[in-house]
Design a protein around this ligand. Structure first.
Ligand SMILES: [Mn+2]
Length: 388
Protein backbone atom coordinates (compact mmCIF):
# COMPACT_ATOMS: atom_id res chain seq x y z
CA UNK A 1 0.00 0.00 0.00
CA UNK A 2 1.32 3.44 -0.93
CA UNK A 3 2.26 5.84 1.81
CA UNK A 4 0.01 8.87 1.53
CA UNK A 5 2.80 11.42 1.47
CA UNK A 6 4.78 9.92 -1.38
CA UNK A 7 5.98 11.95 -4.32
CA UNK A 8 3.02 10.66 -6.28
CA UNK A 9 0.82 12.98 -4.15
CA UNK A 10 1.85 15.76 -6.44
CA UNK A 11 0.74 13.92 -9.56
CA UNK A 12 -2.27 15.33 -11.21
CA UNK A 13 -3.66 11.84 -11.95
CA UNK A 14 -7.12 10.90 -10.74
CA UNK A 15 -7.13 9.97 -7.02
CA UNK A 16 -7.64 6.33 -6.13
CA UNK A 17 -9.27 5.22 -2.86
CA UNK A 18 -5.98 3.74 -1.62
CA UNK A 19 -4.23 7.10 -2.09
CA UNK A 20 -6.15 8.53 0.86
CA UNK A 21 -4.55 8.75 4.30
CA UNK A 22 -7.98 8.07 5.81
CA UNK A 23 -8.08 4.70 4.03
CA UNK A 24 -4.57 3.91 5.26
CA UNK A 25 -5.68 4.73 8.84
CA UNK A 26 -8.64 2.35 8.52
CA UNK A 27 -6.34 -0.49 7.54
CA UNK A 28 -3.82 0.44 10.23
CA UNK A 29 -6.52 0.30 12.94
CA UNK A 30 -6.82 -3.47 12.49
CA UNK A 31 -3.09 -3.90 13.11
CA UNK A 32 -2.87 -1.94 16.37
CA UNK A 33 -1.84 -3.93 19.43
CA UNK A 34 -4.37 -3.69 22.28
CA UNK A 35 -2.91 -6.23 24.69
CA UNK A 36 -2.17 -3.70 27.43
CA UNK A 37 -5.51 -1.97 26.96
CA UNK A 38 -7.32 -5.28 27.38
CA UNK A 39 -5.27 -6.21 30.44
CA UNK A 40 -6.06 -2.85 31.98
CA UNK A 41 -9.76 -3.23 31.20
CA UNK A 42 -9.79 -6.60 32.98
CA UNK A 43 -8.12 -5.06 36.01
CA UNK A 44 -10.55 -2.14 35.98
CA UNK A 45 -13.48 -4.56 35.96
CA UNK A 46 -12.10 -6.25 39.07
CA UNK A 47 -11.25 -3.02 40.88
CA UNK A 48 -14.30 -1.01 39.80
CA UNK A 49 -16.87 -3.76 40.49
CA UNK A 50 -19.83 -4.85 38.38
CA UNK A 51 -22.20 -2.21 37.05
CA UNK A 52 -25.89 -2.04 37.96
CA UNK A 53 -28.16 -4.61 36.31
CA UNK A 54 -29.68 -2.01 33.96
CA UNK A 55 -26.34 -1.29 32.27
CA UNK A 56 -26.19 -3.27 29.03
CA UNK A 57 -22.52 -2.67 28.25
CA UNK A 58 -20.90 -4.93 30.84
CA UNK A 59 -17.45 -3.44 30.30
CA UNK A 60 -18.76 -0.44 32.26
CA UNK A 61 -17.97 -0.69 35.98
CA UNK A 62 -19.78 0.60 39.07
CA UNK A 63 -16.89 2.86 40.08
CA UNK A 64 -15.01 4.60 37.29
CA UNK A 65 -11.56 3.02 37.03
CA UNK A 66 -10.65 4.53 33.68
CA UNK A 67 -8.32 7.42 33.03
CA UNK A 68 -10.48 9.77 35.06
CA UNK A 69 -10.48 7.60 38.15
CA UNK A 70 -9.92 9.60 41.27
CA UNK A 71 -10.74 12.85 39.52
CA UNK A 72 -8.39 14.87 37.36
CA UNK A 73 -6.88 16.63 40.32
CA UNK A 74 -6.04 14.02 42.90
CA UNK A 75 -8.14 12.91 45.83
CA UNK A 76 -10.20 14.80 48.40
CA UNK A 77 -7.79 16.20 51.01
CA UNK A 78 -5.04 14.17 49.35
CA UNK A 79 -6.09 10.98 51.16
CA UNK A 80 -5.14 7.64 49.53
CA UNK A 81 -7.06 6.67 46.38
CA UNK A 82 -8.73 3.29 46.87
CA UNK A 83 -8.26 1.89 43.39
CA UNK A 84 -9.40 -1.64 44.25
CA UNK A 85 -12.91 -1.30 45.64
CA UNK A 86 -12.77 -4.87 46.92
CA UNK A 87 -10.50 -3.42 49.63
CA UNK A 88 -13.29 -1.23 51.04
CA UNK A 89 -14.07 -2.07 54.66
CA UNK A 90 -12.52 -1.10 57.98
CA UNK A 91 -12.00 2.55 57.02
CA UNK A 92 -13.93 5.31 58.80
CA UNK A 93 -14.71 7.50 55.79
CA UNK A 94 -14.92 7.11 52.03
CA UNK A 95 -15.17 10.11 49.71
CA UNK A 96 -16.94 9.25 46.49
CA UNK A 97 -17.84 11.45 43.54
CA UNK A 98 -21.16 11.39 41.68
CA UNK A 99 -20.31 13.58 38.68
CA UNK A 100 -23.83 13.97 37.34
CA UNK A 101 -25.55 17.01 35.85
CA UNK A 102 -28.14 15.20 33.79
CA UNK A 103 -30.65 16.15 36.48
CA UNK A 104 -30.22 19.89 36.02
CA UNK A 105 -33.10 21.70 34.37
CA UNK A 106 -31.31 24.90 33.33
CA UNK A 107 -27.65 25.57 34.13
CA UNK A 108 -25.60 22.36 33.88
CA UNK A 109 -22.02 21.95 35.12
CA UNK A 110 -22.17 19.93 38.34
CA UNK A 111 -20.49 16.99 36.61
CA UNK A 112 -17.31 18.92 37.35
CA UNK A 113 -18.25 19.35 41.02
CA UNK A 114 -16.30 16.39 42.45
CA UNK A 115 -13.04 17.37 40.79
CA UNK A 116 -13.40 21.03 41.85
CA UNK A 117 -14.08 19.98 45.46
CA UNK A 118 -11.07 17.67 45.39
CA UNK A 119 -8.73 20.19 43.81
CA UNK A 120 -9.38 23.04 46.25
CA UNK A 121 -9.59 20.70 49.27
CA UNK A 122 -5.82 20.39 49.34
CA UNK A 123 -5.48 24.14 50.00
CA UNK A 124 -5.69 23.55 53.73
CA UNK A 125 -4.17 21.00 56.04
CA UNK A 126 -5.69 18.34 58.24
CA UNK A 127 -5.54 20.39 61.43
CA UNK A 128 -8.28 22.73 62.60
CA UNK A 129 -7.90 25.10 65.53
CA UNK A 130 -11.64 25.53 66.17
CA UNK A 131 -12.23 21.82 66.60
CA UNK A 132 -8.83 20.87 67.98
CA UNK A 133 -8.78 17.94 65.61
CA UNK A 134 -6.26 16.50 63.16
CA UNK A 135 -8.47 14.67 60.67
CA UNK A 136 -5.65 12.46 59.38
CA UNK A 137 -4.89 11.25 62.91
CA UNK A 138 -8.49 10.80 63.98
CA UNK A 139 -9.90 9.14 60.88
CA UNK A 140 -8.95 6.51 58.34
CA UNK A 141 -10.06 8.08 55.08
CA UNK A 142 -9.92 6.96 51.46
CA UNK A 143 -11.18 8.41 48.20
CA UNK A 144 -13.00 5.89 46.00
CA UNK A 145 -12.95 8.14 42.96
CA UNK A 146 -16.17 8.64 41.06
CA UNK A 147 -19.19 6.45 40.55
CA UNK A 148 -19.53 5.73 36.84
CA UNK A 149 -22.68 7.64 35.89
CA UNK A 150 -24.40 7.39 32.51
CA UNK A 151 -24.82 11.00 31.36
CA UNK A 152 -27.38 10.16 28.69
CA UNK A 153 -29.66 8.26 31.06
CA UNK A 154 -30.65 9.54 34.47
CA UNK A 155 -32.40 6.34 35.61
CA UNK A 156 -29.33 4.20 34.80
CA UNK A 157 -27.24 6.77 36.65
CA UNK A 158 -29.57 6.38 39.64
CA UNK A 159 -29.10 2.59 39.49
CA UNK A 160 -25.32 3.00 39.46
CA UNK A 161 -25.36 5.48 42.36
CA UNK A 162 -27.77 3.36 44.42
CA UNK A 163 -25.69 0.21 43.90
CA UNK A 164 -22.48 2.05 44.77
CA UNK A 165 -24.06 3.42 47.97
CA UNK A 166 -25.33 -0.03 48.92
CA UNK A 167 -21.84 -1.43 48.46
CA UNK A 168 -20.44 1.24 50.78
CA UNK A 169 -23.25 0.88 53.34
CA UNK A 170 -22.85 -2.87 53.45
CA UNK A 171 -19.20 -2.38 54.38
CA UNK A 172 -20.09 0.12 57.10
CA UNK A 173 -17.84 2.95 55.91
CA UNK A 174 -19.25 6.46 56.24
CA UNK A 175 -19.90 7.85 52.75
CA UNK A 176 -19.21 11.48 51.87
CA UNK A 177 -20.70 11.99 48.43
CA UNK A 178 -19.25 14.74 46.24
CA UNK A 179 -22.01 15.87 43.86
CA UNK A 180 -23.31 16.14 41.32
CA UNK A 181 -26.67 17.81 40.99
CA UNK A 182 -29.33 17.20 43.62
CA UNK A 183 -31.05 14.42 41.67
CA UNK A 184 -28.47 12.12 43.30
CA UNK A 185 -30.26 12.70 46.64
CA UNK A 186 -32.78 10.02 45.67
CA UNK A 187 -30.42 7.15 44.72
CA UNK A 188 -28.04 7.84 47.62
CA UNK A 189 -30.85 7.28 50.13
CA UNK A 190 -32.27 4.40 48.08
CA UNK A 191 -28.87 2.73 48.26
CA UNK A 192 -28.32 3.03 52.00
CA UNK A 193 -31.93 2.57 53.19
CA UNK A 194 -31.93 -1.26 53.07
CA UNK A 195 -28.96 -1.31 55.42
CA UNK A 196 -30.56 0.85 58.13
CA UNK A 197 -32.48 -1.13 60.74
CA UNK A 198 -35.13 1.49 61.28
CA UNK A 199 -36.06 4.89 59.91
CA UNK A 200 -33.73 7.45 58.35
CA UNK A 201 -34.27 11.12 59.12
CA UNK A 202 -33.21 13.54 56.41
CA UNK A 203 -31.74 16.94 57.20
CA UNK A 204 -31.82 18.88 53.96
CA UNK A 205 -30.23 22.31 53.53
CA UNK A 206 -31.49 24.06 50.41
CA UNK A 207 -33.21 27.16 49.03
CA UNK A 208 -35.49 24.75 47.12
CA UNK A 209 -37.80 22.07 48.47
CA UNK A 210 -36.87 19.48 45.77
CA UNK A 211 -40.15 17.62 46.36
CA UNK A 212 -41.59 17.83 42.83
CA UNK A 213 -42.44 14.42 41.38
CA UNK A 214 -40.94 15.15 37.95
CA UNK A 215 -39.64 18.10 35.95
CA UNK A 216 -39.71 17.95 32.14
CA UNK A 217 -41.10 14.42 32.41
CA UNK A 218 -38.12 13.01 34.36
CA UNK A 219 -36.92 12.67 37.95
CA UNK A 220 -34.60 15.65 37.97
CA UNK A 221 -32.74 17.74 40.56
CA UNK A 222 -36.02 19.20 41.82
CA UNK A 223 -37.35 15.70 42.59
CA UNK A 224 -35.06 13.76 44.95
CA UNK A 225 -37.07 14.00 48.15
CA UNK A 226 -40.42 13.18 46.52
CA UNK A 227 -38.94 9.79 45.62
CA UNK A 228 -36.67 9.36 48.64
CA UNK A 229 -39.60 9.83 51.01
CA UNK A 230 -41.52 7.11 49.15
CA UNK A 231 -38.95 4.68 50.53
CA UNK A 232 -40.70 3.00 53.48
CA UNK A 233 -37.99 3.72 56.07
CA UNK A 234 -37.35 7.31 54.93
CA UNK A 235 -40.69 8.92 55.81
CA UNK A 236 -41.36 12.56 54.96
CA UNK A 237 -42.34 13.15 58.59
CA UNK A 238 -38.60 12.83 59.34
CA UNK A 239 -37.62 15.21 56.53
CA UNK A 240 -36.47 18.65 57.69
CA UNK A 241 -35.79 21.22 54.99
CA UNK A 242 -33.77 24.23 56.08
CA UNK A 243 -33.33 27.52 54.20
CA UNK A 244 -36.26 27.16 51.80
CA UNK A 245 -37.51 30.31 50.06
CA UNK A 246 -37.20 32.76 47.18
CA UNK A 247 -38.33 32.80 43.56
CA UNK A 248 -36.68 29.70 42.07
CA UNK A 249 -38.54 27.11 44.14
CA UNK A 250 -41.57 25.14 43.04
CA UNK A 251 -45.14 25.53 44.27
CA UNK A 252 -45.88 21.85 43.76
CA UNK A 253 -42.94 20.92 45.97
CA UNK A 254 -44.35 22.97 48.82
CA UNK A 255 -47.73 21.30 48.30
CA UNK A 256 -46.07 17.87 48.57
CA UNK A 257 -44.29 19.00 51.75
CA UNK A 258 -47.69 19.93 53.24
CA UNK A 259 -49.43 16.74 52.10
CA UNK A 260 -46.67 14.51 53.46
CA UNK A 261 -46.18 16.52 56.62
CA UNK A 262 -42.53 17.38 56.01
CA UNK A 263 -40.98 20.24 58.01
CA UNK A 264 -39.98 23.41 56.18
CA UNK A 265 -37.77 25.97 57.94
CA UNK A 266 -37.42 29.28 56.12
CA UNK A 267 -34.64 31.86 56.31
CA UNK A 268 -37.11 34.05 58.21
CA UNK A 269 -37.48 31.31 60.83
CA UNK A 270 -33.73 31.27 61.30
CA UNK A 271 -33.68 35.08 61.64
CA UNK A 272 -36.58 35.10 64.08
CA UNK A 273 -35.79 32.17 66.36
CA UNK A 274 -32.03 31.94 66.01
CA UNK A 275 -29.82 29.06 64.93
CA UNK A 276 -29.76 27.18 68.23
CA UNK A 277 -33.52 27.00 68.71
CA UNK A 278 -34.19 26.19 65.08
CA UNK A 279 -31.61 23.41 65.01
CA UNK A 280 -32.86 21.93 68.25
CA UNK A 281 -36.31 21.74 66.68
CA UNK A 282 -34.90 20.32 63.42
CA UNK A 283 -33.04 17.55 65.26
CA UNK A 284 -36.12 16.63 67.25
CA UNK A 285 -38.17 16.19 64.06
CA UNK A 286 -35.47 14.41 62.06
CA UNK A 287 -34.62 11.97 64.86
CA UNK A 288 -38.19 11.16 65.94
CA UNK A 289 -38.34 7.34 65.92
CA UNK A 290 -35.37 7.36 63.55
CA UNK A 291 -32.24 5.27 63.73
CA UNK A 292 -29.94 7.65 61.91
CA UNK A 293 -29.69 10.82 59.81
CA UNK A 294 -28.77 11.49 56.21
CA UNK A 295 -27.36 14.98 55.64
CA UNK A 296 -28.11 16.45 52.23
CA UNK A 297 -26.43 19.81 51.76
CA UNK A 298 -27.21 21.88 48.67
CA UNK A 299 -24.58 24.59 48.31
CA UNK A 300 -27.28 26.93 46.97
CA UNK A 301 -28.69 27.16 50.51
CA UNK A 302 -25.85 29.65 50.99
CA UNK A 303 -26.24 33.11 49.52
CA UNK A 304 -24.90 33.34 45.93
CA UNK A 305 -22.60 36.14 47.00
CA UNK A 306 -20.60 33.44 48.77
CA UNK A 307 -21.52 30.47 46.59
CA UNK A 308 -22.04 31.71 43.02
CA UNK A 309 -20.87 28.48 41.39
CA UNK A 310 -24.18 26.68 41.33
CA UNK A 311 -26.98 25.97 38.88
CA UNK A 312 -29.96 27.59 40.59
CA UNK A 313 -28.68 30.52 42.69
CA UNK A 314 -31.27 32.18 44.91
CA UNK A 315 -30.43 35.48 46.64
CA UNK A 316 -31.01 35.81 50.35
CA UNK A 317 -29.63 32.49 51.52
CA UNK A 318 -27.57 31.50 54.54
CA UNK A 319 -24.33 33.21 55.42
CA UNK A 320 -21.31 30.87 55.47
CA UNK A 321 -20.84 31.30 59.22
CA UNK A 322 -24.51 30.46 59.81
CA UNK A 323 -24.25 27.38 57.59
CA UNK A 324 -21.10 26.14 59.31
CA UNK A 325 -22.67 26.54 62.72
CA UNK A 326 -25.89 24.88 61.59
CA UNK A 327 -24.29 21.76 60.15
CA UNK A 328 -22.20 21.33 63.27
CA UNK A 329 -25.42 21.28 65.27
CA UNK A 330 -27.24 19.14 62.70
CA UNK A 331 -24.86 16.19 62.92
CA UNK A 332 -23.79 16.17 66.54
CA UNK A 333 -25.84 13.01 67.20
CA UNK A 334 -24.15 11.26 64.26
CA UNK A 335 -25.07 10.57 60.62
CA UNK A 336 -25.25 7.68 58.18
CA UNK A 337 -23.51 9.83 55.59
CA UNK A 338 -23.79 13.05 53.65
CA UNK A 339 -23.87 14.52 50.20
CA UNK A 340 -22.62 17.94 49.15
CA UNK A 341 -24.41 18.84 45.95
CA UNK A 342 -24.85 21.49 43.26
CA UNK A 343 -21.30 22.85 43.08
CA UNK A 344 -21.08 23.90 39.42
CA UNK A 345 -17.52 25.04 38.66
CA UNK A 346 -18.33 26.74 35.31
CA UNK A 347 -20.14 29.50 37.26
CA UNK A 348 -17.67 29.68 40.14
CA UNK A 349 -15.39 32.60 40.94
CA UNK A 350 -11.92 32.01 42.39
CA UNK A 351 -13.08 28.51 43.46
CA UNK A 352 -14.95 30.04 46.41
CA UNK A 353 -18.01 27.80 46.03
CA UNK A 354 -15.94 24.62 45.89
CA UNK A 355 -13.84 25.87 48.79
CA UNK A 356 -16.91 26.46 50.92
CA UNK A 357 -18.32 23.06 49.95
CA UNK A 358 -15.12 21.31 50.95
CA UNK A 359 -14.98 23.30 54.16
CA UNK A 360 -18.51 22.15 55.09
CA UNK A 361 -17.44 18.54 54.61
CA UNK A 362 -14.31 19.00 56.73
CA UNK A 363 -16.35 20.59 59.50
CA UNK A 364 -18.78 17.68 59.41
CA UNK A 365 -15.91 15.22 59.84
CA UNK A 366 -14.28 17.25 62.61
CA UNK A 367 -17.61 17.54 64.46
CA UNK A 368 -18.19 13.79 64.24
CA UNK A 369 -14.75 13.22 65.75
CA UNK A 370 -15.25 15.92 68.37
CA UNK A 371 -18.59 14.47 69.46
CA UNK A 372 -17.17 10.95 69.63
CA UNK A 373 -19.37 9.65 66.81
CA UNK A 374 -16.58 8.67 64.45
CA UNK A 375 -12.91 7.70 64.55
CA UNK A 376 -10.61 8.37 67.43
CA UNK A 377 -10.79 11.40 69.65
CA UNK A 378 -7.53 13.17 70.46
CA UNK A 379 -5.77 11.37 73.30
CA UNK A 380 -7.44 8.01 72.71
CA UNK A 381 -4.75 6.47 70.57
CA UNK A 382 -1.81 7.68 72.63
CA UNK A 383 -3.47 6.73 75.90
CA UNK A 384 -3.11 10.31 77.15
CA UNK A 385 -4.11 10.89 80.75
CA UNK A 386 -6.05 14.09 80.15
CA UNK A 387 -9.20 14.36 82.27
CA UNK A 388 -12.31 13.03 80.59
MN1 LIG B 1 -31.27 23.92 45.56
Amino acid sequence: MAEPHDEQDKDQTKLQREDLHGIWAMEREAQLDITRTEQLAEQQKLYGLEAAASIKDRSITLFDRGKRAGGYNGTFLGVPFLEDMRQLGGQDVVFVGAPLDTGTTFRAGTRFGPQALRQISTLGGFYNTDHGVILREALQMVDAGDIQVIPANIEKSFDQIADAMSYIAERKVLPIVLGGDHSIGYPTIRGIAPFIEGNIGIIHFDRHSDLTETSLDERMHGSPFFHATNIPNAPATNLVQIGIGGWTGSKSGIRVARERHATVISIDDIERYGIDRVMEFALEVAWKNAKTIWLSFDIDSIDPAFAPGTGTPEPGGLLPREALKMIRLAIREGIAGMELVEVAPPYDVSDITALLGGRLIMDVLATLVESGKLGQQPGQASGSSEPA
